[in-house]
Design a protein around this ligand. Sequence first.
Ligand SMILES: [Zn+2]
Length: 238
Amino acid sequence: MKKTWIWLTVTACVLSLSLFLRLFAAPGVGRIIVIDPGHGGFDGGTQGAVALEKDLNLKVATSLKKALEKRGYFVVMTREEDVALKTVGEQLSTKKSDMRERLVRINASGGALLISVHMNHFSESKYKGAQVFYNKEGREAALLMQEGLRKMNPSNTREAKQADGDLYLLSHAKMPACLLECGFLSNPEEEKLLMDATYRDLLVQTVASAVDAWSDGLRERHGKEITYGKSKNRVFVQ
Ligand SMILES: [Zn+2]
């Protein structure tokens, strides 16, 4: 009887320890990711034959939030509904106040990485393919995302590009930042794909895996903890 108890205790300890190690070895533990679903409210963004950008952005962003939370990240969203943002006390939201408030929320989040979600559009319908833009600090995460997106869809030959100061949030975010253009709503085939939940899920899982790879890379290279230049945001590395 005594032996059985000892066995049970030992087994319980081993199981708890392995669960503990598994949890804390997860890439996302301790990391905050900020997701910004572009546009919202009066600002619909771009549109395809049927789809409106702001709606698809929110759908992708919401699934990405769930996917990242499952992987152990803590996720902050700039919006979770179909709204434009405005500063408390402001009567009306304008494009300017919306962007300003997004930036306030992003920089107050303590996030290790910003992912702003958008849909692309061009005057010629032949252009297609998901593409990631980034600020200087976000290069590594963006390259990993783009690599995943190209593998996901081999006809996509687009490359990740550094934003040259024209993307407000990327220029002013005090953390590594990526702007994910999920595809072109001006391309009828891609619009159809982006409206399909299964395709969106594939896209979301691809981006989440890239975030994991980025997170793992940070841990390997920087050891226990690193600090990001402008913001001094602490990035926790297990
Ligand atoms: Zn947009």
